[in-house]
Design a protein around this ligand. Structure first.
Ligand code: PPS
Length: 323
């Protein structure tokens, strides 16, 4: 069963934290641990509207899921993976919205076409590329039972905090200052937290045959290498040199920011309440926390990271390199 507790936060919608217990014990997951210790913070409506339907979501053999903690480079990876799965069809990529080509299964706001997001995923033609920010235990059970492919992207927590803070404030889902946001983030009160449970669980499963694990930092350092690795994982032909340059250009921050089909800023502004200066693609760098987080917030997050990782014998730099 799903067990939940209401949370008091500065989110503008009622929030709760939720976990799986009893027969939903996560025994279908390849990582053996007590999954009932894993809580996830979500809007209250999630439990009634999505939880069971997503758990029972019927997958197809050719499905690929892009799974991330929010603000970790999901959109960037979706565009890359969509192109690799669609014979590098740049014309379609340049002429249609990425968010229509690759649906977001648990999107917690209204779908632009009026249908619900799970139904939108059901209606997609194969091969489906489906986005989710859910932690491993809340993803469709069949992914694990049938070994469907997952591309997991992680990003260092301090940049995730900065990016999430700007995003949630700008789309008016959370209201407050950055220091308070950091407090709520490390206390697992922000949507999709606990951040470290999310990342650690996939890090520990990174060598499963159906999981491709990469980081935003790695994509910034050497996107070509990530593409080469991903081609193998997706069992698609390697990208020829001339096309590789075109692909790298297409995926650059400036090109994606300039494309209304990749950069959802305008569409989000039309579809919901946002601040005037809302920008989905803001800085697109590693280390934006350096000049945005206060010294106190940085220290708080570093201590929280150390405490969260100590039982697993890994450090932040094992995952992200030096940042
Ligand atoms: S979401 O809403 O959770 O799905 O957002 P997500 O796509 O995961 O993350 C948004 C951040 O990714 C940056 N981004 C990129 N960085 C580099 N290159 C490219 N092409 C690119 N595309 C998106 C985007 O700018 C957000 O990061 P910040 O730090 O806020 O700029």
């Amino acid at each position: 069963m799903y067990e939940s507790e209401s949370l008091k936060t500065l989110a503008t919608k009622p929030m709760m934290r939720m976990r799986c217990t009893g027969e939903l014990d996560g025994s279908w997951l390849p990582l053996k641990q007590d999954w009932s210790t894993r809580w996830c913070t979500l809007p209250e409506m999630y439990k009634e509207l999505c939880a069971q339907r997503i758990h029972n979501f019927e997958t197809r053999e050719s499905d690929v899921f892009v799974v991330t903690f929010m603000k970790s480079g999901t959109t960037w990876m979706q565009e890359l993976a969509w192109l690799l799965l669609n014979q590098l069809d740049f014309n379609s990529a340049k002429g249609s919205f990425l968010f229509d080509r690759s649906q977001y299964i648990e999107r917690l706001m209204n779908h632009p076409s009026g249908i619900d997001t799970i139904t939108a995923c059901e209606k997609m033609i194969s091969p489906r590329l489906i986005k989710s920010h859910l932690p491993a235990q809340l993803l469709p059970r069949e992914i694990w039972q049938e070994g469907r492919k997952i591309i997991y992207i992680a990003r260092n927590p301090k940049d995730v905090v900065v990016s999430s803070y700007h995003f949630l404030n700008a789309i008016t889902l959370w209201k407050g200052d950055l220091d308070t946001f950091v407090d709520e983030f490390v206390n697992d009160q922000i949507c999709y937290t606990s951040y470290w449970s999310h990342v650690i669980d996939f890090w520990r499963m990174r060598n499963e045959p159906n999981i491709f694990f990469a980081t935003y930092e790695e994509m910034k350092r050497d996107l070509r290498n990530v593409i080469e690795r991903l081609c193998k994982f997706l069992a698609v032909p390697n990208v020829e040199e001339e096309i590789m340059n075109q692909l790298l250009h297409h995926l650059s921050f400036d090109t994606m920011k300039g494309s209304e089909h990749n950069n959802p800023t305008r569409r989000l502004k039309q579809g919901q309440k946002t601040t005037e200066d809302f920008e989905f693609m803001r800085r697109g760098i590693v280390g934006s926390y350096k000049d945005e987080l206060s010294a106190v917030a940085k220290e708080k997050m570093d201590k929280w990271t150390k405490d969260s990782l100590k039982d697993y014998g890994i450090t932040e730099s094992d995952i992200f390199g030096e940042i």
